[in-house]
Design a protein around this ligand. Sequence first.
Ligand SMILES: Cc1cc2nc3c(=O)[nH]c(=O)nc-3n(C[C@H](O)[C@H](O)[C@H](O)COP(=O)(O)O)c2cc1C
Length: 387
Amino acid sequence: MSPISSPNPAPDAPLQLTSQAFRDVIGRFASGVTVITTHSGGKDYGTTASAVSSLTDDPPMLLICLNKSSSSAHAILESGTFAVNVLAEDHVQLAGRFASKLPDKFEGVPVEKDGNGSPLLVGALAHLVCRVSEQVEAGTHYAFLAHVEDAVANPGHPLAYFRGGFGRMRMAPEASVLRDVRERIINTVNDRDQAIDIGLWARELAVDVDLVHRALTALASEGLVRREAGRFVIAPVPESIIFESYAAKLAIELGVAESTVGKVGGEQLAQLRRHMEATLEFVEDDHFTDARAWIEANERFHEYMVELAGSKILLDTYRRLGLPGLNARTINTSTYATTELLEDHRRLVEAYENGDLAAVTAVLRLHADRPRQMRARERELAGPAGA
Ligand SMILES: Cc1cc2nc3c(=O)[nH]c(=O)nc-3n(C[C@H](O)[C@H](O)[C@H](O)COP(=O)(O)O)c2cc1C
């Protein structure tokens, strides 16, 4: 360790930039947040710090800047060693604690010790064990240049610091994983309010856990999932997504009608009718006897109609809308009137059998508007308090 040096004296000309203006501008340089710890004179020290930078890879070195008023800085001057604990996104409280002047910041904070005795915060995103090689005095601060003797990384996401506030860092999710995870959520029929098992989803999608986590973070801003106690929970689908999905469904079905009405054969029409009749089985007295079975039968009927167009790509696109999941998560089985739905289906098949494109189109438009009508009726039934 070399003695404190001050290689560059302050310039003679007065600076134009005020410290406040500088802080305001440099605050736009987003950083992570760390807790720098050390052990000196039989005591543990720790301070929150964002002025941490990688210096060289070979040898591995980093740089930290600590205010001369920091007791941790003085302890590092004594010990010549420190550890950098990179905080994870749920460590806002730890960051606050170690930015304070509490007499014992480590009380109740689980730690392990590195080889030099510096405390390592359990659960940190990364630990870097450092030995000071040089320290430079710069105005109000000491800059410590240090060799990194050991480094450990853990899974998770960092706590971010930007313009004086804490935040989460959003990584752009990989488009394909985002699409797959979104589709899964929309298609999840019965897991409302259940926490997502990210590890399981990652295995099933054969992708890295981090990618699933990133996708869920992005989907949380869409309102499809919400965070609860550090976990992601499937949320009720926002109305805007439901209505957009039904609008997309209608667009596909209108295109299918255009290219199939009057052109499909007798066997296909008979099959369409059979699918329609299968949906009747699960309804009695205007209510579902088995809503889930009805949703599946309903989907087979609608999908069969799309299949008539003979395009696998179109069918895949239709399936991606996740209509069974949306239905399952929006239908309120106790108030849902089914007569209109069944009547729409009947009239649709009849119009197909008559080769009447105008009638098919009219039924499809009306049918696509049913979810909105049902919602309005549910609101009406619930009265002003339920609105
Ligand atoms: C997000 C954040 C980043 C900080 N970064 C630094 C830093 O890089 N250097 C520093 O000296 N103080 C920094 N501080 C302030 C110290 O954490 C604070 O002065 C602390 O009380 C020092 O504790 P100590 O005297 O026990 O060492 C930061 C505070 C926060 C909240």
